[in-house]
Design a protein around this ligand. Sequence first.
Ligand code: SF4
Length: 413
Amino acid sequence: MKFVVECFGCRSNQAEVQEWIIELEKRGYQLTTRAAEAAFGIINTCSVTEKAERDALRAIQRAYRHTAARWIVAGCTVNRARATLEAKYRDYFFFDNRQKRRLVEAVCELFPADDRLVYHSAFRSRVFLKVQDGCNFRCSYCIVPSLRGKAQSLPRKDVLAKVRHYAGLGYREFVLTGINLSSYGYDLFPRETLLDLVVEVQHLRGVEIVRLSSLDPRFIRYHFVRELAAMPKVADSFHFSFQSGSDAVIRRMNRGIRSAEYLKILSHFREYYPEANLGADLIVGFPGESEKEFRETVAFLQEASLNYLHVFPFSPRPGTRAAALEPLPAPLVRARAAELKELGLQMKLAYRDRCRGRTFPGILIEENPHYALVVTRNFLSVRVPPVRGYKKRKLHVRVERVLNENLCEGKIA
Ligand code: SF4
């Protein structure tokens, strides 16, 4: 029985979807990209920004109009608008963030597989593992805590069991994700930390690379960086949720940190990881962001040792404190977002240019008759000639050309 999947939003959502696909395929279901041939579909929704929610709602509407498949809608948009969705799409199945933990079992009950064909669509090498959900902070723009609840960590033994399981299936890179990954373990008893988890994950057989998704600067201390650097399997690409470089804006965002702290954190990383690929999330056009405050962010970025940016134009989320504030004019927000995106593009190209002629360890993630694709430990995508029959996934690649900001070309070293 075939199914399709659409996923919106953050790495946690991607991790959930990847896990559902793997588990459903193990149970004999077959992933397809063609909705027309699917018996059912799953849409994992996101409401973190207005745009993400709009895209998810469009996908639900499109699915309703254009396919005969039965649809399962899961995630944050269900938490936010369940009654409206249920009234509009009466024969859909809805799973909020709490219910989606048993989505795979529910699928098996709703759509019993009629064959036992085991089919694996994924090129098994990288897997996203969601190890944490929810958040205890209250950043003034963020709807996530009200949709996903308080911070909850997957107990370490459960994470390790998953890693062993996926390593046994052939996966070699493990991307640890969470809504607030840095808070991993604080809710467990006895209390644990992300470092405790990473130490154990990297020792498991089959694990070649452990990558951390977005890190919250409020949790990062010098010893965290020093101890990470002592673990050779931890990927040297790190992403930080900075959101702004202006102290006044960070304060109005209710983030409880200052930009000087960000610079200090970056200097710790540069001390131990001089060549790492470092990036940050930024929200631009937060209500009340003056020209002077925006320039403070630009000046911060010019001083910060970053290699890429993820730029999000501010969008008000219902029920958050920032939604009650007077928004900036949309053209101004767009212009500021474009300026930061251009800055981020230059950072990306400059970093890739510096990587030319150098060799990096990486993981083979895709192969077709024409080329193979490698993701390096410092998170470059490098296209190389096909390496047919190569079974180990792990290899070294030499970067030879920068094709664009997202793709390099190279050869197996
Ligand atoms: S840390 Fe702030 S932005 Fe991140 S999920 Fe928690 S409340 Fe939202």
